[in-house]
Write a protein that binds this ligand. Structure first.
Ligand code: AMP
Length: 281
């Protein structure tokens, strides 16, 4: 796998810069550069702008190996500034959240004080009637800590599937073999994701694009298809062939679709690095 260390090393060599010369330019020890290049440690984030300048590659490219992250496969004419758009982001993984991003700002998100609120997840319940706590406490003789543990660790698709699995691949396989609870778990999930998308389209008074991301959002074409099928009223049309592909940024709606639907692989490390860089700059 190509690593940050490898990218530093290759680009340094391509520029004919020795390890100790790079160290001198960055005011660090030659041992530090050697450790970076061997992936034993990483450069301090405040050094990245200078490092990218010396190596002649962008910070994005240095961190992710991509020249233009998150836009590579989106044709030029389809690219719009997010400041002009209403976008709903469906981050569907083991933990899932939906966010409404209006003109470049997140105005609502499905998680709350803790990640428990929102759509059902791998093992988290998502939204429930608060009175369930009292009902279960009496029925199962549980204290609040046991109840919250159940809501976090034994609920969601894992719970609905009867404790079968929190992994959507297992659920899909079991559903194919006729397991009704596994199918129900997938249906409860896609129903709730579509419900949040509908709510956020109302909250923003419209939606221009829906983005799917994270383990399930990126890889599970059937989940995407089922969610989109519940959103026909928004004028969304799915491009089945595009929806069958994975592993890169892609538009999966047809050219006639009223809402653009895309798949964007998550890059949480890059997002964290960018936020941190903005803070320390
Ligand atoms: P994340 O929390 O974003 O890492 O997502 C992890 C979850 O993504 C796993 O528990 C699976 O449910 C799901 N997932 C990963 N790969 C696939 C796949 N190829 N097809 C369907 N679901 C997948």
């Amino acid at each position: 796998m190509e690593t940050l260390g490898k990218r530093i090393s290759e680009n340094r060599k391509a520029k004919n810069i020795k390890q100790d010369e790079l160290a001198e330019m960055l005011l660090v020890s030659p041992q530090a550069v050697s450790k970076w290049e061997n992936d034993i440690s990483c450069p301090d984030i405040s050094l990245l702008p200078k490092l990218s300048e010396i190596l002649g590659i962008s910070v994005d490219e240095l961190l992710s190996g991509k020249k233009e992250p998150e836009t590579k496969f989106v044709p030029e004419e389809k690219r719009k500034d997010i400041k002009d758009m209403k976008i709903i982001v469906c981050h569907l993984g083991n933990g899932s959240s939906i966010s409404a991003v209006k003109y470049g700002e997140s105005i609502d998100t499905s998680m709350g004080l803790t990640p428990l609120e929102g759509v059902p997840m791998g093992t988290r319940s998502g939204d429930i009637d608060p009175a369930i706590l009292e009902f279960l406490a009496k029925k199962e003789d549980m204290d609040i800590f046991q109840l919250v543990n159940v809501l976090n660790k034994k609920s969601g698709v894992f719970g609905v599937s009867g404790g079968l699995s929190s992994d959507f691949r297992d659920l899909e396989n079991a559903a194919k073999d006729g397991d009704d609870k596994a199918q129900l778990a997938r249906d409860v999930f896609t129903y709730n994701v579509a419900k949040y998308v509908g709510a956020y389209a109302a909250a923003m008074n419209g939606v221009d694009a829906i983005a799917f991301t994270a383990g399930v959002g990126e890889n599970d074409g059937l989940v995407r298809k089922d969610v989109i099928a519940r959103l026909g009223f928004l004028g969304i049309e799915l491009d089945e062939e595009a929806n069958g592909k994975r592993g890169f940024d892609n538009i999966i709606s047809t050219a006639d679709s009223k809402v653009t639907v895309c798949v964007i692989p998550t890059n949480e490390e890059l997002a964290i690095a960018r936020e941190t860089l903005a803070l320390v700059k």
